[in-house]
Design a protein around this ligand. Sequence first.
Ligand SMILES: Cc1cc2nc3c(=O)[nH]c(=O)nc-3n(C[C@H](O)[C@H](O)[C@H](O)COP(=O)(O)OP(=O)(O)OC[C@H]3O[C@@H](n4cnc5c(N)ncnc54)[C@H](O)[C@@H]3O)c2cc1C
Length: 426
Amino acid sequence: MGEKFDSVVVGAGPAGISAAYTMAKAGLNTLVLERGEKPGAKNMFGGVIFRHHTEQIAPEFWKTAPVERHVVEYQYWFLSKESHLMVSHRNQRFNERYNCFTVHRAKFDPWFAKLAEDAGAIIMNRTTVDDVIEENGRIVGVKTERGEVRADVVVAADGVNSMLSKQAGLRQELPQDAVVLAVKEVIALPKQKIEERFNLGPDEGVAALLVGWGPGMHAGFMYTNRDTISVGIGVGMRDLDRSKQRPSDLFEQFKNHPSIAPLVREGELKEYSAHLIPEGGYDHVSNIFTHGMLVVGDAAMLVNAINWEGTNLAMTSGILAGQTVIEAKKKNDFSSRVLSRYRHRLEESFVLQDLKTYREAPTYFSSNPHFFTTYPEAINELAYMWHAVDDETKRAKIKRMKASLFKRRSRLRLLQDLYNVWRLFS
Ligand SMILES: Cc1cc2nc3c(=O)[nH]c(=O)nc-3n(C[C@H](O)[C@H](O)[C@H](O)COP(=O)(O)OP(=O)(O)OC[C@H]3O[C@@H](n4cnc5c(N)ncnc54)[C@H](O)[C@@H]3O)c2cc1C
């Protein structure tokens, strides 16, 4: 403390470590400050990390990294109270070329942070940053309980609640409709049982998204790890407020669903955690640079909720921020004019282009909860009617099915919804 660095990174998640690795590798004197007793100690996610983006930092990382399983199947479940209809995609090509891996953040993050350390970054754990140091309209360092640290550039990688962005005047409190609360349990089961229940080979994994089980815009998720299953729900803060239900009750309701309960039966609870996800999308990514500071990852609201991607956006934004700091260092100019190159880089990358593609999706889905309630229920009812056999003629059955569907949503509304979804994803 007291020393001046080229860069100080606040937060040792995927975004902060990617930034630190990029800068340290280029020879910049880089310090990472992490409030947890080690990287990953305070972090949770679903979830999976993606091969393509993790390899930008660590080629063939799965050979040494603590990964759990590579995902070979993606499942999409539509639930009603007592049933489910599932669409899944399993592909042998995911065995030949891995796409993503389930990981536990408590194991993966320390391994990832070591890469930055090996590249020359200093990582200081158990150090909470309390404030930014601002002089003459520039951010010139941070304050911690251990003292002050000065740097040419501060990289705020402090996650969804990003105190630093607020203190630097870059953003306000998060609006309710831009944040989802996730609750998750890690449930231990013998490896073999997981493979039997999910029809998996050794090291193969499943990623599952489930909608339709709750009273609003809720989604559930399941990921198979080596000898545990991560099971959780995500609920929009506004919906949570409206429903007046406790997240823990909603989670129990989800876990006890007749289609979910058999998958976790006899499992032992290993971990219970909760975390926020910034799902507001492109319009909430506003001020992410200023004189002497860049904001990356969740702190910059870089999450693609439609494709369940966050860590890859975090890593890419960290790398692009790192490259921008390296450029600024060469020019010895840390003004917002030079640091604005970070925004340009993000705009040119998949990160902001994808968020821009789905720009209207968060508002559309939060004002149109039928996709999470009416439709899952309707398709389950139609599936039941189709499969239940009696003396009714098929013509009469199809007529009854149509009536059941259009009672829930008129033809016009249904067509409008289909058109809007098509438009949102085009
Ligand atoms: C339930 C859930 C499921 C998810 N599933 C997936 C998934 O399957 N795949 C995927 O790609 N993404 C997923 N995500 C999103 C993903 O986890 C995030 O997008 C990603 O972790 C963001 O990385 P980050 O480095 O920006 O922030 P974080 O990972 O949140 O790291 C921030 C770090 O900053 C530290 N910190 C915070 N404040 C301070 C401070 N004042 N001083 C010092 N340190 C501080 C924290 O301790 C933490 O280590 C999921 C998220 C959740 C909540």
